[in-house]
Design a protein. Structure first.
Length: 270
C-alpha cells in the first residue's frame, strides 16, 4: 500500500489492476514536468533514458518511473548483455521498470534477471513498417489475434506490462481482462489498466502531428509563443542599453577607492 511519503512499486501497480483502479501515466522530458506530475498525483511516468538522471528521479517523487531503454544500434545496444547492463544502471539511479521493444529473447533475459519489463504491443512505432505504418492495429480478427498472441508471448517470459497502442477499444478490453500484465493504454480506449499520454499533448505544445487519442488540457503553445516574444524584446532592450551606455549602471560594477586606483596607476607609470 502506498503511503504519503513512499514511492509506487511494481507490487502497488499490480494491486491497482487487481482492484480495478485506473492508473494515470505521463511521458515527461523535464524536471519541471516530472515534479508537476508528482505534485498532481500521477501514478506512473515514462522517461526516456536520455532524459533520466538522479535529478529526474528525485523530481518524479512518488511516481513509479518507467525508463525507456534506447532501441538498437542507435542506442549502442545490440546484445542482451548490453541491454541488461544499461537496465541495471538505470535501476541503480532509481528506475522502477524498464521499457524495452527489443526482441523476445532480449526481453526474456531482462525478465530472467528480475528487471521489471514493460514491452509494447499493437502499434509499435519502431516496428510499424510490419503493420503498415502509423495506423491502428487489431481492426480485423486476424490482426487482433496477432496482438493477443504477442501479449501471451510476453506473459510467458515474465513481462510486468506492455504499452497497448492504437488498438480498438473492445479488443483492448478483452486483452486487458485476460492478462495479468499491466496494459498501458495509449489510444486503446477506456478499458486498459492505465491511460497514458504525452505531457506535450496534455499541455498543448505538440510539435508536428497530434495523435487522435491526445487530449489537450492547457494551451502552453500560446504561452511559449508569448514568452519567446518577451525573450526577444528583452534581448533587444539589452542591446539598446549597451549601445546607449544605459548598461551597466553604477550598481552593476565593482568600486575601487580613489587612493587605491591612484596607487595602482602610479605603479604602472601611467
Amino acid at each position: 500500500m502506498v503511503t504519503k511519503n513512499s514511492r509506487f512499486t511494481v507490487a502497488d501497480i499490480r494491486s491497482m489492476k487487481s482492484r480495478g483502479q485506473k492508473i494515470s501515466m505521463l511521458y515527461v522530458t523535464s524536471l519541471e514536468e516530472a515534479a508537476a506530475a508528482d505534485a498532481a498525483g500521477v501514478n506512473m511516468l515514462s522517461i526516456e533514458g536520455r532524459f533520466f538522471s538522479p535529478e529526474m528521479r528525485e523530481a518524479a517523487g512518488r511516481c513509479l518511473v518507467q525508463v525507456g531503454l534506447p532501441y538498437g544500434p542507435a542506442g549502442n545496444l545490440v546484445t542482451a548483455e548490453d541491454y541488461l547492463k544499461t537496465a541495471y544502471n538505470f535501476m541503480r539511479i532509481g528506475g522502477d521498470c524498464l521499457y524495452c521493444a527489443a526482441s523476445l529473447d532480449i526481453q526474456k533475459t531482462l525478465c530472467d534477471n528480475a528487471v521489471p519489463v514493460i514491452a509494447h504491443v499493437g502499434l509499435i512505432p519502431s516496428q510499424c513498417t510490419w503493420t503498415g505504418g502509423f495506423k491502428a492495429v487489431g481492426r480485423t480478427a486476424e490482426s487482433a489475434r496477432m496482438v493477443w498472441d504477442h501479449v501471451k508471448r510476453l506473459e510467458s517470459i515474465g513481462c510486468f506490462g506492455a504499452e497497448l497502442e492504437v488498438v480498438p477499444d473492445r479488443v483492448a478490453e478483452l486483452i486487458t481482462k485476460n492478462t495479468p500484465m499491466i496494459m498501458l493504454g495509449m489510444g486503446a480506449g477506456p478499458h486498459a489498466d492505465a491511460q497514458y499520454l504525452f505531457s506535450e499533448d496534455v499541455l498543448g505544445h505538440t510539435a508536428g502531428h497530434r495523435p487522435r487519442h491526445a487530449k489537450t488540457y492547457r494551451n502552453f503553445s500560446a504561452e511559449y509563443g508569448r514568452l519567446q516574444r518577451e525573450r526577444i524584446a528583452a534581448y533587444r532592450e539589452f542591446i539598446a542599453d549597451i549601445q546607449t551606455g544605459a548598461y551597466p549602471e553604477p550598481q552593476h560594477v565593482v568600486a575601487i577607492a580613489d587612493d587605491e586606483l591612484a596607487a595602482f596607476s602610479a605603479a604602472l607609470g601611467l
